[in-house]
Design a protein around this ligand. Sequence first.
Ligand code: HPA
Length: 278
Amino acid sequence: MQNFISLVKIDEIVQKIKNQTALQPVVGIILGSGLNGLADSVQNAVYIAYSDLPNFPVSTVHGHVGRFVIGELEGKPVLVMQGRIHYYEGYTMGEITLPVRVMQRLGIPTMIVTNAAGGVHPDFNPGDVMLITDQINLMGMSGLNPLMGPNLDEIGPRFPDMSQPYDRALGDIARKVAKESGITLREGIYVGLSGPSFESPADLRFLRLAGADAVGMSTVPEVIVARHGGMRVLGLSGISNKANLDGSTITTHEEVIEAGKVITPKAEKIIRGVLRGM
Ligand code: HPA
């Protein structure tokens, strides 16, 4: 499939979802590696497998389920993406951000995005949760921007502003919720790389010098597409491992999934609190 996905194709998917539920979600939630648990507590849930949707990419990664869960969390109608699609799976930038387009055509104004990330900030430890305050679009800087190709004028402008990728008011709610729940909330800048190989020690020292606090293989393209359509975004990174700046340890997907078990309850508390406070 091409990078550009037409409104007609997006709306075919949207129609199929609308045929299965009358619920109008107000928040779209994307769950990252090892953080899928929250989808299981959605109430009155309708499940729609990605494989049942026309032209929809299917997530191939272990630890990712691959379906929309539409229902209620904290009394708010939500659409949860249980399992995201990554660029390294071989899909195009257009395909990996198609779910965000679907959210926009469903009329969802707010997105909460979570991911597993390596902690580049020296003080970050596995199990920490980080509020994403800004992002570095390293993939875009090397020519991989999801908005390349014809612009979807019905959704947003050709040259969208990126001065506030992550909504400050939503960040404030997350900080307040974390404080009230006794959760230490880290804050910092997320850099998105394509993966799937983890970073070399020199990569990591470079990223740290560039201002990164956490590194992962997702989120940045999704947030660009969300902002293109004017959605407000809250981003949370679960720090699953410490960046290996001197090459003394190795990083594995298994430790990313394991750390998710510690991170999920904290991220869930914050997301629930934000939903209540919105
Ligand atoms: N690097 C990139 N992506 C990741 C990491 C990492 O160390 N941990 C979890 N996702």
